[in-house]
Every structure is written in C-alpha cells, then in structure tokens.
Write a protein that binds this ligand. Structure first.
Ligand code: HEM
Length: 494
C-alpha cells in the first residue's frame, strides 16, 4: 500500500481527525492538511460547458482503410492504408446541464480528437448532417431558447418555437431532430457528421471541398419518444453507462469513416451554397468515399481528467485540413478556444488529454506563462522570435491554401434565400408512413405546450412550406385549421 500524502507530498499521519486544541476543539490553523483538503474541495467545480455539458468519452484509434488519400490531402495521418492514429472521442447532448438525461430529444455531439504526428486535429461534429442556423451571430440567441426561461427557470416551449418559427432555415434540422433520430438508443447507435464543408489541400497545393461521415457499425437504433421519456427518469445516464460498460466488457464500438469530395471550382458553381450548413450534399451527386475506421477500445481512467477537461475545437487543424468559407465554421474557429480559456485556462493545451503528444519533440513556440503553465514553460530557451539562439523556426511547407476574396464587406446573408424548404420537404417525403406519423406526433407533442397561437401558426407555416401534407398534419394534430396558417402567412407577408 502506498503512503497517503499532503498536496506538497509529505506523509499524512491521520486522515480521520483534525488537529484540535483538546479533544473538543477548536481546530488549529496549523492543520494544513485539513485546510488544503477543504479549500481544494471548495474549488472542485469548474464551469460546465455552456453547451454539450453532459457527455461521455473513450479512447481508441483511427485507421486508414482505403485509397491513396495523399492525392487529395497532405495530412500525414491519412497518407497510407493501414496507418493508425490514436484518438479520443466525446459524445454529448447539447442543451441540458451536466446532470441532465442522456435520452432527451436533442442533437448529439460527436467530437473526435486525432493525435497526429503533425498536431491534433479535432473533428467537432454532431449526429446530424445539418444545423439550425447558418450564421454564427444567431448562435447565442438560438441556445438561449433551448435553455431555461430567464424568469421561470423552466424550459419554455414558447421561446423554443418562437425562435425556430422566425428562423426558417432551421426547418431541415428541426425535421431531423423530431424524427426517430432525435432520440438515439445510445452513442454507439448513431452516425456522426462534420456537418460543415471543410477543405483538403494536397502537397501540390490543389484544394478540394470535403464533408466527413462516420457510420456506426452497431447500426442505427433509436428510442421512441415514450421510451426516451421513461428512461429519463429510470436511467438518465443510459448512454454514458452503455458506452462505458460495452468497452469495459471488451466491446469495441466502431464507425466506418467516409468523405464526400468536391472539386474546388465546382464548389462555387453548385446549385446551392455548399458552405450553408443547413444543407446536405446529395449523395447521388457526391457519393460517400470510404477512407477509414474509428474504433473505441479504452475507457478513461478518470472522468474529470480525460472527459471533462477535453477541449475540442474546429480550429485545431493540421496541414492538409483547412477551414472553408462556412460562416458558422468561421465563428466556431474563434468560439471554442475562447471558451476553453475561460473554462480551463489559457494553458488548456497543456492538460494531458489535450496535449499533442504524437508530435515529435512536443509543442515548441514562444507562448509563455499564464495560469497553470505546468510543462517546462520553454525552459531557459529564448522567449521571442526571430532569435539567434536556435529557437524553433517556421516550416514553410505548412503554408495554407491561398483563397481569393472579393465583394463588399457588410452584414449580409448568403444569396440563396428561397431554398430553406426543399431539403426538409424531400426528407419528409422520403420517410415511410410510420416515420412520418411519429415525426408529426413528436412535433405536435412538443408544440402543444406553446401558449401563443401566432407562434404556432408561424412555426407550422415553415413545415407547410416544406411539404403541404407535413404542415397540414401538424396543424390537425394541434386542432388548427391549415387555412388559418396560410392566412397568417399572407397577413405577415411571410
Ligand atoms: C461545444 C459554440 C455550432 C458541435 C460547444 C461549446 C461552445 C460551442 C462554446 C462548448 C465547448 C467547451 O466548453 O468545451 C458553438 C458556436 C457555434 C456552434 C458558437 C456556431 C457558431 C456547432 C455545430 C456543431 C457543434 C454546427 C456540429 C456540427 C459541438 C460539439 C461540442 C460543442 C460536438 C462538444 C465538444 C465536446 O465534446 O467537448 N460549442 N457551437 N457546435 N459544439 Fe458547438
């Protein structure tokens, strides 16, 4: 048995009694062990993630299984069939707090940290191929409507549907969310998507647009709304438990990884804006190309150290993988490291789970100091660049792809205002009758709690524009005449 120590490493003689003056007390301030223990405990909580607070994670690897990808990207971890890269994956729900239920209707986060030899690449996606909005300036407002009302501190159907009704581009993602896929059976039973369009660049500087798809080998399985609701009270940690226990018993949850690839110039000529995250690229135009396999095979040793302190960011990229013009992605490039500096501190990349350990020689730069500089802090080496003392220098082969920008700078939307409804309408029409009626019932069940009729009329109007039958069935479920929806739209000039 090892010796219990104080935080400064001295042996502890007694961990059950405080040092007191006499056996009744009071307690003496010289009891460093007690004071250290209590004050450390008082500071155990760090801010929870402002979104995606509830999650579970596991270690594993990514293996390239197909094709010579160096044709498309110079990313070294992708350049050889059979090459394995260590990864850490965190799954999550979005809107709930850290203690909320795993089975709630919500998108699921799907974040993968690839510890590559050229630095960490984070694929910070969801289990849905699209998103609710396409401009980052709407994100804080959107999230507020999914959280609690400022006065009642309750989830609030009025603000939920008010925002979504006023945000017609959300119709596609809302259709996915209220479909069967809104309540996955576990984290193993769902797919993952980059959702965004990203860029691949090869060694010759040629660029491609790319979207990632992770397809579960366990197969898609979902709870019905009823099952998910019951599970929320009987086992709110069902997905966390499923992931941990599967791996503890020797299971290896796995996903096949695919990309959709698009020629660079084609991207600017496609029939809709390929940077708009509310749209999917039709598979018939851009089929899935298999590239690899993601396997999870090791549970964290310590939840807080590895899962809670994991800090993913879409801006953690490596040579050969670059951002696209997607405005949402551009907003996220800033927002994640910013929130990590707040949640974990300015040196969050030094925390072992975030450390790019596969990089030969480790991180070398001229950043110094700050809270919790726990590595050697650059040692006695120079702390400025350029210098004459042999400090780290640049590698011009890592230069990013050059992009041409033109146009006027002002607050402006994408220029394809009329197609928010085509893809959600197609998705609805693709569903069999059972899936359609469950989708409608899930929306009706949620929208029933709305107390303001205009909010309902406007929100139904979006579904009606996607597909007349879709909107009409929701209206009927709520006891609303669809003609009232149409009249409301005309009156509001929608
Ligand atoms: C987590 C912001 C859109 C996927 C977060 C966090 C923030 C954030 C602040 C908390 C991070 C942390 O504390 O560790 C934003 C902003 C967005 C946006 C500003 C839009 C402008 C998206 C989209 C996706 C996504 C479109 C998916 C395609 C995730 C995931 C996490 C997350 C998976 C959890 C990562 C983890 O497991 O630690 N987001 N987000 N977010 N976001 Fe977003």
């Amino acid at each position: 048995m090892s010796t219990l120590t104080t935080s400064n490493g001295a042996p502890v003689d007694n961990n059950l009694n405080s040092i007191t003056a006499g056996n009744q007390g009071p307690i003496l301030i010289q009891d460093f062990h007690l004071i250290d223990k209590l004050s450390h405990f008082d500071r155990e909580r760090i801010p929870e993630r402002v979104v995606h607070a509830k999650g579970a994670g596991a270690h594993g690897y990514f293996e390239v299984t197909n094709a010579d990808l160096s044709k498309y990207t110079k990313a070294k971890f992708l350049n050889k069939v059979g090459k394995r890269t260590p990864i850490f994956t965190r799954f999550s729900t979005v809107g709930g707090e850290k203690g909320s239920s795993d089975s709630e209707r919500d998108p699921r986060g799907f974040a993968v940290k690839f510890y590559t030899e050229e630095g960490n690449w984070d694929m910070v996606g969801n289990n849905t191929p699209v998103f609710f909005i396409r401009d980052p300036s709407k994100f804080p407002d959107f999230i507020h409507t999914q959280k609690r009302h400022p006065q009642t501190n309750l989830k609030d159907a009025n603000m939920f549907w008010d925002f979504l009704g006023l945000t017609p581009e959300s119709t596609h993602q809302v259709t996915v969310l209220f479909s069967d896929r809104g309540t996955p059976r576990s984290y193993r039973h769902m797919d993952g998507f980059s959702s965004h369009t990203l860029k691949w660049v090869n060694a010759q500087g040629k660029a491609y647009w790319v979207k990632y798809h992770f397809k579960t080998e366990t197969g898609i399985q979902n709870w019905t709304s009823d099952e998910a609701g019951k599970l929320s009270s009987s086992d709110p940690d069902s997905a966390t438990r499923d992931l941990f226990e599967t791996i503890a018993k020797g299971g290896e949850p796995a996903w096949k990884v695919y990309v959709q690839l698009m020629e660079y110039d084609e991207g600017y000529k496609y029939r809709f804006d390929i940077f708009d995250i509310t749209k999917v690229w039709p598979h018939k135009d851009y089929p899935l190309i298999p590239i690899g396999r993601m396997v999870l095979n090791r549970n964290p040793e310590n939840y807080f150290a590895e899962v809670e302190q994991a800090a993913f960011s879409p801006s953690h990229m490596v040579p050969g993988i670059e951002p696209s013009l997607d405005k949402m992605l551009q907003g996220r490039l800033f927002s994640y490291p910013d929130t990590h500096r707040h949640r974990l501190g300015v040196n969050y990349q030094q925390i072992p789970i975030n450390c790019p350990f596969a990089v030969k020689g480790g991180v070398k730069n001229y950043q110094r100091d700050g809270f919790m500089a726990v590595n050697s802090n650059g040692g006695k080496g120079p702390n400025y660049h350029p210098n004459s003392f042999g400090g780290p220098d640049v590698d011009t082969s890592a230069q990013m792809h050059k992009i041409e920008v033109k146009g006027q700078a002002y607050r402006q939307p994408y220029t394809h205002p009329n197609d928010d409804f085509v893809q959600p309408g197609n998705l609805f029409r693709l569903m069999d009758e059972g899936a359609k009626s469950r989708l409608v019932a899930n929306i009706v069940g949620h929208m029933k709690a709305v107390t303001i009729r205009d909010i309902q009329l406007r929100a139904i109007g979006n579904f009606y524009k996607a597909d007349k039958d879709y909107g009409t069935r929701i209206a009927k479920g709520l006891g609303i005449d669809i003609n009232d929806v149409v009249k409301f739209q005309t009156r509001s000039n929608l």
